[in-house]
Design a protein around this ligand. Structure first.
Ligand code: GAP
Length: 463
């Protein structure tokens, strides 16, 4: 068990090192010593992130007739967060080391001591810490467990007083609830219909950790799906299946994803039912996505808070009511980490150890790399540039590389997960073997197998 966890830890360290070395993810503000809970996406990280987000948007917004896209402001009127219950209740259990004053998540300390905290109230956590005599990681006494609100505050405008305080949104959902009426008024959609949004959210996590798993500045892809109250079970089931389709579409191994029915005491304050989709990360089985039935909690709260009538008028039934909401919620960073962890592979090729990322082709930041066999032969370079330009136009995300020997170039592409490499050699020019003119070598990342393919068949082979 200990050996497995050491191996998994080494794997995480290797993934973090590769992510930095090859330009996927850098530590936030690194040259200033970093800023806990923030990470910056480098050129390849951005491409992977866009692949995730574009697929999500296509599957859940643009390919559906019942979905509307939204891009709401991150900073909202603070009354919205009072009404939504976040000001009063968006908190995690905090406990302080009485000597060092370092702060910890009480549930994390208990879990690390082998105690299951599912369904545990704040009081029971406090009592359990005392009863078991748990100490801080620095072996000091711990204080009382208390709630810590995770919303970041900021001041809006030129004055800095209590009246100017507002929050960075802790979930993208809020921007959709406050725009629900706008969309109804603009488009008159029939129920059921949904709003979808991709954007940043901010949580002042007590203990950010596990690379991009638990961060303070995160990105979410969320849907608020408005339904007739009596149909919630059917729509909950529909979205549960849709979430599995997305998990499959990004190439995750379904055997590593597990549904968890969240206990009453562990659900967010707005939820009547929640299923977490957990993933077997190298550091353990942890939440990847969430699916919640939010009832009419949000529309009702915003109706009361704003004094604006948010009822839906059903023309056919001649009936007014507040729709209920099913909310599938996806974290972008957690998706990326699951994809990276699953793709990370060490094997041996040609008698040499190699590390490569076995991305599903639709997630690979670079779809194909193009090389001239030699960089000092202008005719090879010119032909390679021509093939590169053609592929870039038709496939996108293509890389040109003429640096170093071919073997090294293959390894570099393997390491960033490029599924195919195309090499232009003298046969492509048809100098000695006219029958091979305009053919290239197509090399497969996973097997290393190479085959001769006509240039005009490449696009078909790569799509
Ligand atoms: N609107 C519902 C909501 O925000 P949540 O379970 O708190 O629910 C949804 O968050 C998803 O956002 C999670 O399943 C996870 O993918 C992602 N997420 C939440 N907190 C995060 C954090 N601190 N760092 C990275 N991702 C996070």
């Amino acid at each position: 068990m200990a050996e497995t966890s050491n191996k998994q830890q080494e794997k995480m360290e290797a993934i973090i090192a590769l992510a930095k070395r090859r330009g996927f993810v850098y530590q936030g503000s690194e040259i200033y010593g970093g800023l806990a809970g923030t990470w910056d996406y480098g050129p390849l990280g951005v491409m992977l992130k866009k692949n995730i987000e574009n697929l999500w948007w296509k599957m859940f917004v643009s390919d559906r007739e019942d979905m509307y896209g939204i891009d709401a402001a991150i900073i909202m009127n603070p009354s919205a967060w009072v009404a939504s219950g976040h000001v009063a209740g968006f908190s995690d259990p905090l406990v302080e080391d009485l000597k060092t004053k370092k702060r910890y998540r009480a549930d994390h300390l208990l879990e690390e001591a082998g105690i299951d905290t599912k369904g545990m109230s704040l009081e029971i956590m406090d009592a359990t810490i005392k009863e078991k005599g748990l100490k801080s990681p620095d072996k000091n006494e711990l204080g009382e467990v208390r709630q810590f609100n995770m919303m970041f505050t900021t001041n809006i405008g030129a004055t800095q007083d209590a009246g100017s305080v507002t929050y960075l949104r802790p979930e993208t959902a809020g921007g959709m609830f406050v725009n629900y009426k706008n969309v109804v008024d603009s488009f008159h959609p029939k129920l059921p219909f949904g709003l979808g949004q991709i954007g940043k959210a901010f949580r002042n996590e007590i203990a950010p950790r596990d690379f991009i798993f638990r961060v303070r500045e995160l990105e979410q892809m969320e849907i608020e799906y408005f339904i007739r109250p009596d149909t919630w079970e059917e729509h909950f089931e529909h979205w549960r299946k849709e979430m599995w389709k997305f998990i499959e579409a990004i190439g995750l191994d379904k055997a590593k994803v597990h549904e968890l029915e969240v206990a009453d005491a562990d659900r967010a304050h707005y939820s009547k039912r929640t299923i977490d989709f957990e993933y077997d990360y190298p550091f353990g089985r942890k939440e990847l996505y969430g699916l919640a039935y939010r009832g009419d909690f949000d529309l009702k709260s915003h109706q009361e808070g704003s004094k604006v009538n948010l009822e839906y008028f059903d023309e056919e039934q001649k009936e007014k009511f507040l729709p209920h909401v099913i909310e599938p919620s996806f974290g972008v960073g957690r998706t990326m980490l699951a994809i990276l962890a699953e793709a990370y592979t060490e094997d041996e090729m040609g008698g040499e150890a190699r590390t490569y990322l076995k991305f599903a082709p639709n997630m690979a930041p670079i779809r194909v790399a193009v090389f001239p066999l030699l960089k000092n032969k202008p005719e090879l370079v010119a032909k390679a540039r021509e093939v590169y330009a053609m592929l870039k136009k038709q496939i996108g995300n293509v890389m040109f590389d003429d640096n170093g020997n071919i073997g090294k170039r293959y390894r570099r592409q393997d390491e960033i997960g490029t599924p195919y490499c195309v090499t232009i050699d003298f046969d492509t020019l048809g100098e000695e073997k006219p029958e091979l003119k305009d053919t290239v070598t197509l090399r497969n990342r996973d097997t290393g197998a190479q085959e001769r393919v006509a240039v005009n068949e490449l696009v078909l082979r790569l799509k």
